[in-house]
Design a protein around this ligand. Structure first.
Ligand SMILES: Cc1cc2nc3c(=O)[nH]c(=O)nc-3n(C[C@H](O)[C@H](O)[C@H](O)COP(=O)(O)O)c2cc1C
Length: 361
């Protein structure tokens, strides 16, 4: 039996197996960024994962920027998430929440009235986002955060970690990639600051470090993870030396006994992100990107990491763990319904027993 199906502890998180569901934005939240019944059912169906990392979720109104993404700053949002965590726990699963502040990768059309778009520096991301009201739109010109503004945002993350625990999550993960706020601070192309939060690599990783420290002090380091993908250019990110930046953050938070580092393969030729993480981080690694059952088993068997996360395979295979265990065929997902509202192409993918393959046999 592959090590994939063996239990593992990541900090305070006890996983029944080493198959993690990667965070995936699916744009199913209801009005006011509240998780509804479709989200409860979708996550309940996937509770066989050793750990679910629930989709990128805003710690504050200014952290929102895409359409129909969830948040966790209001009592109504917390109540919606509580139904999700209760459903997952009732099935014996574990679930942490990914905290995602989009920073400049945002449109005001996707934010509550009065919420600002903020970033380390007043530089617009050369990219577009979709909004239900206006279709594809350019991202906003962001306001540069003041020092007070930075400490306010870190406090929002701290409070969001507390809110997540109160809503029943087993922990939180800080999203430090894909061109969102922590990575905007980390990268030379989006951070032109000359104060303590910019300049050299120590300054550029300070925001992420202090945010992780704040979350760990609020709920315990053993319930906090962070996610990196060195060299990820998504959302117009440019960095002079992505490997050095990622290594600096790993080392900056090394003294904390965090639950895990969720590390994605680098898109850059010659940059081995897993090796970088093993060299610069003492934390348990969740490996990600492009795995299937056999390659995940091989990576864990060779000691590359403690667990493997799967994103796309979980979309059309709610019972992915069972399918991998039994060597069953995997279903393919429909791209057209990745981000559309409602249950279709979301919580209506069947488990194997009732799936089309078997009906056809
Ligand atoms: C529809 C979709 C939404 C995603 N949303 C997020 C997200 O909210 N946060 C994040 O860190 N990664 C996000 N990702 C990336 C996945 O977590 C994962 O890294 C990626 O799909 C590669 O893993 P895979 O090859 O197993 O699919 C998303 C991916 C997909 C396909």
């Amino acid at each position: 039996m592959s090590v994939l199906f063996e239990p593992v502890a990541l900090g305070e998180l006890q996983l029944a197996n080493r198959i993690v569901m990667a965070p995936m934005t699916r744009s199913r939240a209801l009005v006011d960024a509240i998780p509804g019944s479709d989200m409860v059912e979708y996550y309940r169906q996937r509770a066989g994962a050793g750990l679910i990392v629930a989709e990128g979720t805003a710690p504050s109104a200014s952290g929102l920027g895409y359409c129909r993404t969830p948040a966790i700053y209001s009592a109504e949002q917390m109540a919606g998430w509580q139904r999700v965590t209760e459903a997952v726990h009732a099935e014996g699963g574990r679930i942490v929440l990914q905290l995602m502040h989009v920073g400049r990768a945002a449109s005001l059309h996707n934010k509550p009235a009065g919420a600002a778009t903020v970033a380390p520096s007043p530089l617009r991301a050369r990219t577009q986002v979709f909004s239900d009201s206006h279709g594809l739109v350019d991202t906003d010109e962001p306001q540069a955060l003041t020092l007070q503004g930075i400490s306010d945002v870190i406090e929002e993350y701290r409070q969001a970690a507390l809110n997540a625990r109160q809503a029943g999550f087993d922990g939180v993960e800080l999203h430090c990639t894909s061109g969102y706020l922590p990575m905007q601070f980390m990268a030379t192309g989006s951070n032109l600051r000359s104060d303590a939060y910019g300049g050299d690599v120590t300054g550029r990783v300070r925001f992420a470090r202090e945010t992780i420290e704040a979350m760990a002090s609020a709920i315990g380091a053993g319930r906090v993870g962070f996610r990196l993908c060195p060299g990820n250019p998504y959302n117009d990110i440019e960095d002079h030396d992505p490997a050095a930046t990622a290594a600096a953050l790993c080392e900056a938070v090394a003294p904390l006994s965090l639950a895990y580092l969720h590390i994605m393969r680098s898109p850059l030729e010659g940059l081995d992100a897993f090796a970088l993480a093993r060299r610069h981080s003492p934390h348990a690694l969740i490996l990600n990107d492009g795995f299937d059952g056999p390659s995940a088993s091989a990576a864990l068997a060779s000691g590359e990491g403690a667990a493997v996360s799967f994103g796309r395979h979980f979309i059309a295979n709610p019972d992915l763990v069972e399918r991998l265990r039994r060597g069953l065929a995997l279903s393919r997902f429909d791209r057209k319904t990745l981000y559309t509202p409602g249950a279709s192409g979301y919580s209506d993918y069947p488990a194997y027993q009732t799936s089309a393959q078997e009906v056809a046999q």
